[in-house]
Write a protein that binds this ligand. Sequence first.
Ligand code: 4NP
Length: 161
Amino acid sequence: MLPRPRVLFVCLGNICRSPLAEAAFRAEAAATGLDAEADSAGTAGYHVGSPPDRRAMAEAARHGIDIAPYRGRQVSAGDFHAFTHVFALDGDNLADLRRIRPADGTAMLSLLMDVVPGRQGQAVADPYYGDAADFAATWAQVSEAARMLVTRLGEGTLSPR
Ligand code: 4NP
């Protein structure tokens, strides 16, 4: 029996990209019967306690998912023990997370798109200064990653370091 994955998605504000990644992952895990925990956080504290950006809520709603109850929070060193996998949405987030990660942190840390064959090293573009089309593009990226992630976690081929 594989240990139950506990997956954290991290962007800058935790109101646009990482809530959508969390939502896509939860939906894919539920659809395929993967027993996993998911959460999201931001490297910055600007939106602690806030609901997701209304454009992110609208994009999730287009896919039948209600993310209105999600609340922003800031990532912490303790998350590297509480979670088995921490995924950064872009390279800046990854660099920040490498600084925050404690030396004895047990979670596997990587860029989210690194799990998608052919998309290694790619960022999930920040839609914050964009429009609905940018949020739709974000959804396309995070849902593709979520499908691959759920497959890999189910196979046990994404192991914590
Ligand atoms: P996110 O987008 O990191 O995908 O949640 C942003 C949210 C807020 C800000 C920037 C990006 N901001 O500057 O407040």
